[in-house]
Write a new protein. Structure first.
Length: 242
C-alpha cells in the first residue's frame, strides 16, 4: 500500500469518528471493558463527578480521546436523552464550561436535604461530648462533665435532638441519675456496623517519639591539687636568708 493510500485511509477513519463520536474508544479503558465504555459515557461520568464547570477541551483531554467539538455534540445528545426519559438533571453551560445540574423543579426537596445536612453538622464541643458518650457508655452526665471540665446539659440535649444520643437507663447510685448511650443513627452517620468498630483509644492517641539523647559535655571537676593557690607552696626566698 502506498503512502497516499495510507493517508486517505486515516482521513476516512477520522471522518467516521466525527460522524459517530461514540465509536471513539478511550485508550486507558481495559480491553475487556472497551465494548461497554464509550466516549459519551466517559464524558457523562466526568461531568457527574465534577463540582465545577469544565470546558469542552478539558473534558476531551481528561477523557483521552475526541475533540472539543465532539464533546459538545455528545453533551447535546446526553441532554436530549435526559429530556426524553424525564431525568431530574441536565448538563448546562456556565461560564464557558459544562456542569451537570438538577432541574429547578426539584429545588424544594433539595433545600430540605441541604437543611438537614446543615443541622447534622457537629461543632468541636459536640464531637468531644459524643466521643465520651460513645466510649464510656452507658455514662452519666456528671462523668461527661468531669472529663470535659464544663457543663454538658445543653450539649447532651442537642445531641439527643439530633438523634445521636439517647437515654439507656438509670445508674444504681444516689438519686438514680440518667445513663446515656449512642443510637443507631450514630452508627449510620459515622459508617460503623457496631460499636465494636470504633477505633481503639490507643490508636487515636498520638505516639510520642523519643528524642535521641545528645551527648552533653561534662564539666571537668577540679581536683584538690588545683584548689591550692600558686606560690603558696613556695616560700619567699628573702625570708629564708633573713
Amino acid at each position: 500500500m502506498s503512502q497516499e493510500q495510507d493517508i486517505q485511509q486515516d482521513q476516512s477513519t477520522e471522518n467516521i469518528t466525527e460522524a459517530n463520536p461514540e465509536r471513539a474508544e478511550v485508550e486507558l479503558v481495559p480491553n475487556d471493558l472497551q465494548q461497554e465504555v464509550t466516549l459519551r459515557s466517559v464524558v457523562e461520568a466526568i461531568l457527574f463527578a465534577s463540582n465545577e464547570p469544565l470546558e469542552a477541551s478539558k473534558i476531551a483531554k481528561v477523557a483521552g480521546a475526541g475533540s472539543a467539538r465532539q464533546v459538545r455534540k455528545l453533551i447535546e445528545e446526553l441532554n436530549s436523552e435526559y429530556s426524553k426519559r424525564g431525568s431530574a438533571y441536565h448538563i448546562e453551560q456556565i461560564a464557558g464550561g459544562y456542569v451537570m445540574l438538577t432541574l429547578p423543579e426539584y429545588n424544594d426537596w433539595l433545600k430540605q436535604l441541604l437543611r438537614t445536612r446543615q443541622e447534622s453538622k457537629l461543632s468541636q464541643a459536640a464531637l468531644e461530648t459524643l466521643a465520651i458518650v460513645a466510649y464510656k457508655q452507658p455514662v452519666m452526665r456528671v462523668t461527661v462533665e468531669a472529663i470535659r471540665g464544663v457543663a454538658a446539659g445543653d450539649m447532651m440535649r442537642n445531641l439527643m435532638e439530633k438523634g445521636l444520643v439517647r437515654i439507656v437507663g438509670r445508674a444504681q447510685e444516689l438519686g438514680r441519675p440518667l445513663l446515656y448511650g449512642t443510637t443507631r443513627k450514630f452508627l449510620e452517620v459515622f459508617a460503623l456496623n457496631s460499636l465494636l468498630d470504633l477505633p481503639k483509644v490507643s490508636e487515636l492517641q498520638p505516639q510520642k517519639e523519643s528524642a535521641p539523647k545528645e551527648d552533653q559535655p561534662t564539666e571537668e571537676i577540679p581536683s584538690a591539687e588545683d584548689d591550692t593557690p600558686p606560690d603558696t607552696a613556695e616560700e619567699n626566698p628573702q625570708e629564708k636568708t633573713s
